[in-house]
Design a protein around this ligand. Structure first.
Ligand code: DGL
Length: 263
């Protein structure tokens, strides 16, 4: 049976994966998409690997029940903890998030770059391997994005306190003369505007979403799963906790029609 007409599943611990969803619907406009925001269990960052595997498996069971042909794990923390388990235990392809250390290491002029991510992502073997592979002749600074997921989940991005918090957070990175800041958490691109205000102009901020969607395109093609039918796609958002912030963000980032369903 050809599954190409079935939807793409995508999930995150909350609204962060919307930064990936936005790129997905732009690049693959024929595809229907089911998004799962597991904000009832947000943040994933401080949770143990076993807990995250359990949460991710529950979400994937739901998406498979909805007949998703492929799942994008639009959460760096869930990718770090659970992608090996998911690939080993389910039949569909999975796309994971990876901090974009490679382009930063290749393009840095100051030979100093930084990654901003959750502690769960920094603890994962994926991050350790990627940084070893691509950042051997540059200084790689790591910074845990303390409270940032919470700030985005609560809709506090434009508060003055958020700017102050970020100012403090990047202080030591500026001293290290970084010229690239890799966003290693899908929530963080929502903070790009404020980050630009607190960082020197020469610092390039890297959002991993475009690279992940390119990889999704490649995997869909390789598995014969591209939907070539020119029918109107459907976009659904299932939310395990409160949906107010997700609805606000959707209003800001898209003019497409969609349905939000509280679980
Ligand atoms: N968006 C998730 C990530 O990319 C946030 C993790 C969390 O819930 O702490 O890592």
């Amino acid at each position: 049976m050809n599954n190409s007409k079935q939807p793409i599943g995508i999930f995150d611990s909350g609204v962060g994966g919307l930064t990936v969803w936005k790129e997905l619907v732009k690049v693959l406009p024929n595809e229907s998409v089911i998004y799962y925001a597991d904000n009832k269990h947000c943040p994933y960052g401080p949770k143990s690997k076993d807990e995250i595997i359990k949460l991710a498996s529950n979400v994937v069971d739901f998406l498979i029940e909805k007949k998703c042909k492929i799942v994008i794990v639009a959460c760096n923390t869930a990718t770090a903890a659970a992608i090996d388990f998911l690939r080993a235990n389910y039949d569909i392809p999975f796309i994971g998030m990876e901090p974009a250390v490679k382009p930063a290491a290749l393009n840095t002029k100051t030979k100093s770059i930084a990654v901003l991510a959750t502690e769960g992502t920094f603890n994962g073997k994926l991050y350790i391997e990627t940084s070893r592979k691509f950042a051997c002749d540059v200084e790689l600074n790591i910074q845990v994005g303390d409270k940032l997921v919470d700030i985005v989940e609560k809709g506090l991005v434009n508060e003055q306190s958020t700017k102050k918090h970020l100012e403090k957070m990047v202080e030591s990175l500026i001293k290290k003369n970084i010229d690239h800041l890799v966003l290693g958490c899908t929530h963080y691109p929502f903070l790009t505007g404020v980050l630009k205000e607190v960082l020197p102009e020469n610092v390039e901020i890297i959002n991993p979403a475009p690279a992940v969607i390119k990889q999704t395109q490649r995997i869909l093609k390789a598995n014969n799963l591209v939907n070539n039918l020119f029918a109107k796609p459907a976009y659904e958002f299932f939310v395990s906790g409160d949906s107010a912030v997700l609805k606000n963000i959707l209003k800001e980032i898209t003019s497409l029609s969609y349905k939000v369903i509280n679980l």
